[in-house]
Design a protein around this ligand. Structure first.
Ligand SMILES: Nc1ncnc2c1ncn2[C@@H]1O[C@H](COP(=O)(O)OP(=O)(O)O)[C@@H](O)[C@H]1O
Ligand SMILES: [Mg+2]
Length: 218
């Protein structure tokens, strides 16, 4: 079953009369429970693509359908509601709120109070001991794991993750990848993960390679 479809997405950034084409007619389809890796060099358009597919940024051209809904045809308000219901997002720069503790950050988007799942995530991601700590007291890798827990707490049907293991050692990276693969299998979560680690290709059901804003295979 198709959960996401993007048709001919182009993105042009304009800054100080200079325009830069970050995406060139990119089309992608994601099935339920599929684990897709997006690979490409720095600057190839990976974050831009992820932000647009998740409805966080608008394309210059093209359409994105989530469960059949044209998301850029919706009002800002309705798009936010759709995102809250259907999407989890792990940001490259974590984007944690510094005045809130670890548990408060994770609970932030929580709609259902599922204490067991909270505990499971804290344990699996090995951040249980930091429950009452603040983000500034944590290392980059620990903050990254908090942002992963936050993205997962609502059981989103689609998870977008922008280099979610970029600051983790290889053992912790393995733990996170296994957690994501389990979720895809157990709950049918569709996962789109940006990485530049070629080793993770074998974990994905499918790989999309971006070069200079274009898909070169997949
Ligand atoms: N907000 C922005 N304004 C202008 N240019 C941008 C902006 N965001 C990204 N870019 C440019 O778009 C291109 C793709 O960036 P990005 O999607 O962040 O690549 P990646 O995530 O693969 O490193 C780069 O050349 C980058 O400099
Ligand atoms: Mg990026």
């Amino acid at each position: 079953m198709e959960v996401l479809r993007a048709e001919s997405i182009s993105k042009i950034y304009c800054q100080n009369a200079v325009s830069l084409q970050a995406l060139r007619s990119v089309s992608v389809t994601i099935q339920k429970g599929e684990f897709v890796a997006i690979l490409g060099r720095s600057g190839s358009g990976k974050s831009t693509l992820l932000n647009i597919l998740a409805g966080l940024d608008k394309p210059s051209e093209g359409k994105v359908y989530i469960d059949g809904t044209d998301i850029f045809h919706l009002s800002e308000e309705k798009r936010t509601l759709l995102r809250r219901e259907k999407i989890g997002f792990v940001f490259q720069a974590y984007e944690l709120l510094h005045a809130l503790t670890v548990t408060e950050n994770i609970r932030l988007p929580e709609l259902t109070k599922d204490a067991d799942y909270m505990r499971e995530l804290l344990d699996t991601l090995e951040i249980r001991q930091y429950e009452k700590s603040y983000p500034d007291q944590l290392s980059g890798g620990e903050q990254q794991r908090v942002s992963i827990a936050r993205a997962l707490i609502n059981h989103p049907p689609i998870l977008f993750a922008d280099e979610p293991t970029g600051n983790l050692d290889s053992k912790t990276e393995r733990t996170v990848i296994d957690l994501l693969k389990n979720l895809a299998e157990k709950y049918g979560t569709s996962i789109l993960m940006v990485t530049h680690n070629e080793d993770l290709v074998k974990d994905a059901d499918r790989v999309i390679r971006l070069e200079d804003g274009e898909i070169v295979n997949g």
